[in-house]
Design a protein around this ligand. Structure first.
Ligand SMILES: [Zn+2]
Length: 82
């Protein structure tokens, strides 16, 4: 016997609207890393947390001074981890 009728008229399945996260790059000046958190890469996010760079990616006026503290902190953490 022949005559298979595929009657299953599928109603338009709802397209899974995934969150289209546009690819962004790190907001820090000169950095081309892809966005990681708060429009900064991991490195610059930490610098942002430390107050080395501002929200708009610009470095603060006493960046160099703060960067020393930041590096000291980082090396301390690295030593602990080692
Ligand atoms: Zn970055």
């Amino acid at each position: 016997m022949k005559g298979v009728h595929p009657m299953g008229t599928k109603k338009g399945a709802p397209e899974t609207a995934g969150t289209t996260s546009g690819k962004t790059i790190c907001g820090a000046e000169g950095c081309k890393h892809t966005d990681w958190k708060f429009s900064f890469c991991q490195e610059h996010y930490e610098q942002f947390k430390f107050g080395l760079i501002k929200k708009d990616g610009k470095v603060v006026s006493d960046y160099e001074k703060k960067f020393e503290h930041y590096q000291a902190f980082k090396s301390r953490v690295a030593q602990k981890a080692a």
